[in-house]
Design a protein around this ligand. Structure first.
Ligand SMILES: Cc1ncc(C[n+]2csc(CCOP(=O)(O)OP(=O)(O)O)c2C)c(N)n1
Length: 343
């Protein structure tokens, strides 16, 4: 991990003076633990038939939560399907996230005031959109910075190149966070690209690039915070490569044992982010088993309340499939709507 920003070792020892105080570290731990609980419980709901296909993020909590914590309330988050942890950290209500993964119309548009775009499933499509939001904000004199996520595989798409180039030329206030989690479904990073150091592409676009240990919450938070500050100051975009690992299957429909040596995943458990920050906090006397139990109980109650709220959403009607495609339905949508209504 040469040339990679890291503050905390895999066993939770500080490697440098930490840029955050205890209250911030506790806030970061809470947000990561909350995200992990969401992931665990979402899988259970999916197995019960109460969510559709669900993309897990276990092992990537620090990359997502650290980046989201670096945002201010006016900033926008543009997530891929993988980034529920980031979205709930930036204010997406848990019930809305559940409804989204339930493919319920009430989860298709996010509540007013929540500056999170819906999860993008087509790979890298979100990047030109993110740059557009950033550029538009500048033209309108809005103070927002846009944080866009993409996977290592997603960086091979044309959209990624177009977004990086446009953002560079127009100094758009955008931060690209690549979660390099080692795999694009079954394709390992080494088979996706010759140069697996994705941050090294930044100089080619004339922008800043940083490689960070994506399992180190402190490092991700600090690096992205600096990138957000630069963007806000008009100093242009940054390409942040967060090196992490997808401990879980690609989605609940995937079986990684078909393509991945699962001993590898077992080995990577050692570097995982939640236990790492917990070890750091415990060594400082700022965390304990009792505090953990109390937190988990509180988070379970929060999640249960979100499930109850999602369950109470009205049963969707068939025509809702086409209602939100355009502001004004075109002839095709209108025809589909009539047919779905039995007309
Ligand atoms: C345009 C497009 N092509 C192909 C797919 C199918 N697909 C879904 S996920 C995925 C791999 C993405 O890998 P990566 O960008 O590394 O993200 P990760 O899932 O590892 O977070 C592919 C090819 C898609 N969703 N969209």
């Amino acid at each position: 991990m040469e040339g990679t920003v890291r503050y905390v070792s895999e066993d939770g020892r500080p490697l440098a003076e930490l840029p955050f105080g205890e209250a911030e570290l506790l806030r970061g731990y809470r947000a990561m633990r909350r995200a992990r609980l969401f992931d665990e419980r979402a899988v259970t709901l999916q197995r019960q038939g109460r969510l559709g296909v669900y993309p897990l993020f276990r092992g990537q909590e620090a990359a997502q939560v650290g980046a989201a914590l670096a945002l201010g309330p006016s900033d926008w988050l543009v997530p891929t399907y993988r980034d529920t942890a980031a979205a709930i950290t930036h204010g997406l209500p848990l019930a809305t996230a559940l409804l989204y993964w339930r493919a319920h119309p009430a989860g298709w548009s996010f509540p007013e005031g929540v500056r999170v775009l819906p999860f993008y499933v087509p790979i890298a499509t979100q990047l030109p959109h993110a740059v557009g939001v950033a550029h538009a904000g500048r033209l309108r004199g809005e103070p927002w910075v846009v944080l866009a996520f993409v996977g290592d595989g997603g960086t091979s798409e044309g959209d990624a190149h177009e977004a990086l180039n446009f953002a560079s030329v127009f100094s758009a206030p955008v931060v690209f966070v690549v979660q390099n989690n080692g795999w694009a479904i079954s394709v390992p990073t080494e088979r996706q690209m010759r140069n697996t150091r994705i941050a090294d592409r930044a100089p080619g676009y004339g922008i800043a690039g940083v490689r960070v240990d994506g399992n180190d919450l402190v490092a991700v938070w600090d690096v992205v915070r600096q990138a957000v500050d630069r963007a806000r100051a008009g100093e242009g975009p940054t390409l942040v490569e967060a090196v992490t690992y997808r401990l879980a299957p690609h989605t609940t429909s995937d079986d990684p044992s078909r393509y991945r040596d699962e001993a590898e995943a077992g080995e990577r458990e050692r570097a995982e982010p939640v236990a790492r920050l917990r070890a750091l906090l415990e060594a400082r006397g700022a965390w304990s088993e009792e505090r953990e139990e109390a937190l988990v109980e509180e988070l379970r109650a929060e999640f249960d309340a979100a499930v109850a709220e999602a369950d109470a959403a009205p049963e969707p009607t068939p025509e809702s499939i086409v209602e939100q495609v355009y502001a004004e339905p075109g002839p095709d949508q209108r025809r589909a709507w009539e047919a779905l209504r039995g007309g």
